[in-house]
Design a protein around this ligand. Structure first.
Ligand SMILES: Cc1cc2nc3c(=O)[nH]c(=O)nc-3n(C[C@H](O)[C@H](O)[C@H](O)COP(=O)(O)OP(=O)(O)OC[C@H]3O[C@@H](n4cnc5c(N)ncnc54)[C@H](O)[C@@H]3O)c2cc1C
Ligand SMILES: NC(=O)c1ccc[n+]([C@@H]2O[C@H](COP(=O)([O-])OP(=O)(O)OC[C@H]3O[C@@H](n4cnc5c(N)ncnc54)[C@H](OP(=O)(O)O)[C@@H]3O)[C@@H](O)[C@H]2O)c1
Length: 469
């Protein structure tokens, strides 16, 4: 690098786009490096923490303590939060480069993987992404409507997100009303008529993607019985090899939960039914989802590589509400190279690649870099590795044209973007906690961007709706 950046006179200027776990792990790693660095973390929302706030289920509050670590990072002198700044809309990637020597993209996988079957757009068919965003008060999704007057729900997919969706649908209001679930969602859930939730996997129980603790928790629900037909305990040889994996006892632990479920006799008000070996082929209904047609599958292939293969036999499940929970996917951003198939910014150890070539000064961490798999902590080590690569690249980075730390604020102000600082966020946070206390909840989130901005007396020229378009 031609300027002596990272020194006392000229801090290295790094922008991190996204304030979820991967962004914070990257920021923490930068703070531990032996150099003078200024980290500006931008998020399109006024509230930080990404899916820790807007994904993690409200009844899993203990997971959210990780935000205390992130707060410590945010409160260091060389860190600034620029909330309510939408990269790609309020500022382009090209413009961002003017102000930073390096950009780390930590913008997550914000959309859903597609399930392209006839009838998918019928009324009553939704993505898990929408439903999760709705009950967690994500401003993009709070106006969605879910018809919980239906009695039967089908969820496609058997990952931990599907289990979150199923659990929230199956819990009683008493089990949810002391959580930080958004009140608008709780009010609708309180009127729910749901009796049966089918969680449908295209492969078998051994291949189910949810983890032990998450499936075990279902048996403790107050008013819901897990239903597991004992025919599913009969598995093929390859699955038995997977089950008895000596290096991973999670399979056996999960299996014991299934065995327990298979013996359950008492049937409570709601049932969470685990269905296997079924691929959805069509949703049918007059104007809205009324039934799902499935092809029965058998598993073909070696242990750990078994694929669901259609048998040509079909069954149907009548339902009034349908959710697809088949994984998340990243979104393209400006001219940043994007792998359409994987839904990520292609990279090697975090360095963004355009074909075979590295794009100088541009990095990807977390779900936008590795794809939408793994828990919060999974994002730490790749973020650290990426930061190590960024530090190694310093001599060949092109210095930004405008290294004045104030310049980005002036630029955004001129564009009418009101920046939410971390101090602003702490005020919004305190207001949410105070609102929650009245109802005995950890917090009552503000579900609209404008309401968060109002707490700190800021207004943005471009409305949230305009930004979303
Ligand atoms: C529904 C759900 C529940 C989960 N529950 C758990 C759990 O209980 N425990 C657990 O350990 N893990 C859980 N996970 C996994 C965990 O949330 C992820 O591993 C982690 O959040 C990924 O971090 P990230 O930083 O890559 O992305 P994210 O957390 O998604 O953060 C991305 C951030 O980027 C911002 N952003 C996006 N685009 C832009 C842009 N153009 N400009 C500015 N900002 C932008 C977003 O607003 C967001 O704040 C869950 C995941 C999901 C989907
Ligand atoms: N409590 C927690 O810790 C928690 C909570 C939520 C999320 N997370 C993590 O977040 C990550 C993402 O979770 P996720 O549930 O979105 O994804 P996931 O774990 O990848 O699960 C996706 C599910 O969808 C199925 N699927 C994919 N394509 C399909 C298709 N075309 N037809 C039918 N089924 C299909 C998969 O089946 P196949 O296996 O056959 O592909 C799998 O059952 C995971 O790593 C998860 O552990 C953690």
């Amino acid at each position: 690098m031609s300027v002596n950046s990272g020194t006392i006179d000229r801090p290295l200027r790094v922008a991190i786009v996204g304030s979820g776990p991967s962004g914070f792990y990257a920021a923490g790693a930068l703070q531990q490096a032996d150099l003078n660095v200024q980290i500006d973390m931008l998020d399109r929302l006024p509230a930080p923490f990404g899916l820790v706030r807007y994904g993690v289920a409200p009844d899993h509050d203990n997971i959210k303590v990780i935000t205390r670590l992130f707060e410590k990072i945010a409160q260091k002198e060389n860190f600034s939060f620029l909330g309510n700044v939408y990269v790609g809309k309020d500022i382009s990637v090209e413009e961002l480069k003017e102000f930073y020597d390096a950009i780390i993209f930590a913008c997550g996988a914000e959309t859903d993987r597609k399930l392209d079957i006839p009838g998918i757009d019928l009324e009553g068919s939704h993505t898990a992404t929408e439903f999760v965003g709705w009950y967690n008060g994500h401003p993009d999704y709070v106006d969605r409507e879910f018809d919980l007057s239906q009695e039967v729900v089908v969820i496609i997919g058997q990952g931990n997100v599907a289990i979150d969706v199923a659990r929230i649908l199956c819990k009683t209001v008493d089990e949810l009303n002391k959580t930080d679930i958004s009140q608008h969602a709780l009010d609708i859930l309180a009127e729910s008529k749901i009796k049966e939730v089918h969680m449908v996997g295209r492969r078998g129980p051994v291949q189910s993607a949810f983890t032990f603790a998450e499936i075990e928790e279902i048996q403790d629900l107050k008013n819901c019985t897990p239903v597991f037909d004992k025919k599913y305990l009969d598995i093929n040889e390859a699955s038995r090899i997977e089950l008895n994996n000596p290096n991973d006892h999670m399979y056996i632990r999960k299996w014991k939960v299934f065995e327990n479920f298979a013996q359950t006799k008492d049937i409570k008000k709601r049932k969470l039914i685990l269905d296997f070996y079924l691929s959805p082929v069509e949703i049918k209904g007059q104007g809205r989802a009324e039934k799902v047609i499935f092809e029965e599958n058998e598993l073909v292939g070696k242990p750990k590589a078994q694929k669901a293969t259609g048998t040509g036999r079909f069954i149907e499940i009548d339902c009034g509400l349908f959710f697809r929970s088949v994984g998340y996917q990243g979104r393209p951003l400006g001219w940043v190279p994007f792998d359409e198939q994987k839904g990520i910014f292609p990279n090697k150890d975090g360095r963004i690649l355009d074909g075979d070539h590295e794009v100088p000064g541009m990095y990807a961490v977390g779900w936008i870099g590795q794809g939408p798999v793994g828990v919060i902590g999974t994002n730490k080590s790749p973020a650290q590795k990426t930061v190590a690569n960024l530090l190694a690249d310093i001599p060949r980075l092109t210095p930004c044209r405008n290294s004045n730390p104030q310049a980005i604020y002036d630029f955004l102000k001129q564009k009418g973007v009101a920046v939410i600082t971390f101090d602003d966020w702490k005020k919004i946070d305190a207001a949410e906690i105070a609102r929650g206390q009245e109802a005995g909840k950890p917090r009552e989130k503000f579900i609209r961007v404008e309401d968060m901005m109002n707490v700190v007396g800021k207004k943005t020229l471009m409305s949230t709706d305009e930004k979303r378009r």
